[in-house]
Design a protein. Structure first.
Length: 158
């Protein structure tokens, strides 16, 4: 016993107002009864009101131009990138594009450690493995020590 597509839309429409607070709830109340007749209407008008195209483009650009900070450890960089992706979850990047953006804008020392961890280059590792590696390093917080060690060895060889 499942819902038909039309039934699900009706449920969404009836329950949507419970998910809103403040200005968003006022916005919904400002529409005359029956003016938002489908879930698609609600979705489009809500996005137009609260997420204008200019704002969307700006945030997508911020994600695309993401960079690791000069003194920022891998764990902090990964956390900041994940927060940015969650905050602007309608960015439209696929998982592989997200990871490419993240990897391409890391410091060279960080990239070197990541590549060494995969016995080659991180760019040829599948998305699921990359995400697992990043999460493992983030949870273990070993990356700053590894980078410091590699950097010191590199300086000693110079």
């Amino acid at each position: 016993m499942g819902f038909q597509l039309g039934d699900i839309e009706i449920v969404y429409l009836h329950l949507f107002h419970f998910s809103l607070l403040g200005k968003a709830k006022e916005w919904l109340k400002s529409h005359p009864n029956q003016s938002l007749s489908s879930w698609k209407d609600v979705e489009e008008k809500n996005l137009q009101r609260f997420f204008p195209l200019s704002h969307y483009i700006k945030e997508k650009s911020n994600i695309f131009m993401f960079k690791q900070g000069f003194d920022e450890a891998f764990c902090e960089t990964w956390e900041r990138f994940k927060v940015m992706l969650i905050k602007w979850s309608n960015h439209g990047f696929e998982d592989i594009a997200e990871l490419n953006i993240f990897h391409n804008d890391l410091k060279s020392d960080t990239k070197m450690v990541l590549d060494a961890a995969t016995s080659g280059t991180m760019m040829i590792v599948d998305v699921n493995r990359q995400q697992r590696l990043f999460m493992h390093w983030h949870q273990q917080i070993i990356m700053p020590n590894m980078i410091d060690k590699v950097f010191k060895e590199r300086v000693a060889r110079s």
